[in-house]
Write a protein that binds this ligand. Structure first.
Ligand code: GDP
Ligand code: IMO
Ligand code: MG
Length: 418
């Protein structure tokens, strides 16, 4: 049994979905353990593009068990749309291959409204994520189990208690967008009818008692972690490794802690980004890497690879090996800057600071290769400069790079140094 956890080492969009899809071939159970519809995981198979938000990226392969565990927050309408869209693309989704924890919290219409009104300074995805997690921690949230276990009266009073508090908050900002009872009640009834067949009472049992291998898929990235990321410009859950245990309710010994590292850096939304490149290099990265959000369509901010961030992520998550993704996107560069240190007030610092806004990045320039590498399938088919780029990162981090992505397709990956 080889258990693997996949974790984003930057600010999300590193290519976690594509790697989860590839590695799910040899896994039996694929688990999404945090986040919600804020995630956008794109998978390309035979030029067909699948975009997943809530469903684990093992769902496309037949014969796998996919689990959405307790710390994932669910907008029922979005989940149902995602299931419908995938079924139209001939993906089978049944209670045989999808189990959703009854402990998952639901995103209701008032969460969406609050996120719309309050999420602007962070630049959230507008999917109600922060307000849903806020209710979870405030102990006022509505969970999937409530749809099965509460009487209509109990459910009604839960909705009403929430509405009186939330509408007060909403009306302070914009009275027009308050939410009515009917909107919420209908939302929950629809969720109950359509999602009930997938609701599972004991997710931990599936995880512990399966035969074969587990594959955990995080959403977002280490720098978006609410505790360990660039607070307050973060999401509201723990994508880092600790979140996998509270997020599923069981402890698992991961043989492989696979960090997904993009060969450069991107960020969506606001907040500090020391290696950001607001110049032609950054524009080329956006264009060549097609860096537009899979959930919101926003242009992603682009920058150089930041190895200070990568080293921090490797430490936080105990990363045992790395998949370096999107190396092909750098193929038109003569020289490639890489951030190898931070200064504050002109002095090198040897710690990862709580705020990155005062940091000045220190760069080293590496040679580019200016050759198309999208058809390379073995390390020795890569130009020397590309191999040097990989080795530089590996040596800096002290973590082996075992896989390199050279394109979005399922087969566009090089397994190296094994
Ligand atoms: P995730 O949120 O971490 O799953 O990443 P996204 O799916 O949001 O963004 C990664 C994007 O890059 C997707 O469109 C993938 O299809 C694409 N992708 C993944 N790996 C590679 C790669 O090695 N090269 C290129 N060019 N694209 C890739
Ligand atoms: P995947 O799984 C990139 C960012 C948002 C915003 C901040 C908070 O595709 O890597 P939220 O809606 O979570 O309250 O927004 O987090 N963000 C992501 N950025 N990839 C994601 O997911 C993200 N999920 C949230 O842009 O800055
Ligand atoms: Mg994404």
């Amino acid at each position: 049994m080889a258990n693997t956890i996949i974790i984003g080492m930057q600010w999300g969009d590193e290519g976690k979905g594509a790697e989860t899809d590839r590695l799910s071939e040899n896994s039996d159970v694929i688990v999404r353990y945090q986040g919600g519809g804020n995630a956008g995981h794109t998978i390309v198979i035979d030029n067909k593009k699948y975009v997943l938000h809530l469903l684990p990226s093992g769902i496309i392969r037949k014969g796998k068990i996919n689990v959405i565990s307790n710390n994932v927050v669910i907008d029922a309408f979005n989940l149902l749309k995602e299931i419908d869209d995938l079924r139209k693309m001939s993906v089978e989704i049944t209670p045989e291959n999808l189990a959703i924890s009854d402990r998952c919290h639901l995103t209701l219409p008032y969460h969406l409204r609050l996120d719309e009104l309050n999420g602007k300074s962070v630049g959230t995805t507008g999917r109600g994520i922060g307000p849903t997690y806020t209710d979870k921690v405030s102990r006022t949230g509505i969970r999937l189990c409530d749809l099965l276990d509460l009487s209509n009266n109990e459910l009604n009073s839960k909705i009403n208690e929430n509405l009186s508090e939330k509408n007060l908050l909403i009306s302070r900002k914009e009275w027009k967008s308050t939410v009515n009872f009917q909107e919420c009640y209908e939302y929950l009834l629809k969720a109950r009818d359509k999602i009930s067949p997938f609701i599972n009472r004991d997710i931990g049992k599936i995880v512990l008692e399966h035969d074969g291998s587990l594959l955990y898929e995080s959403a977002q990235g280490t720098l978006l972690d609410v505790d360990l990321g660039t607070y307050p410009y973060v999401t509201s859950s723990n994508p880092t490794i600790g979140g996998a245990f509270t997020g599923t309710g069981v402890w698992v010994d991961f043989n492989t802690k696979l960090g997904i590292l993009k060969a450069y850096t991107t960020r969506v939304g606001n907040g500090p980004f020391p290696a950001e490149q607001v110049n032609e290099f950054g524009e080329r990265l956006r264009k060549n890497g097609f860096e537009f959000g899979a959930t919101t369509g926003r242009a992603r901010r682009c920058g150089a690879l930041d190895l200070v961030i990568a080293r921090y992520s490797a430490r936080v998550n105990g990363i045992s090996e790395i998949s370096l993704t999107k190396l092909d996107v750098l193929s038109s560069e003569d020289k490639i800057p890489v951030c190898i240190g931070y200064k504050i007030d002109g002095k090198n610092i040897d710690y990862f600071p709580a705020y990155l806004n005062k940091v000045e990045p220190v760069y080293q320039e590496l040679d580019g290769w200016r050759t198309d590498i999208t058809n390379a399938r073995r390390a020795d088919e890569l130009p020397k400069e590309a191999r040097d780029y990989i080795m530089f990162i590996q040596e800096f981090l002290g973590v082996p790079i075992k896989r390199v992505g050279v394109g979005p397709g399922r087969d566009q990956v090089i397994e190296i140094f094994r």
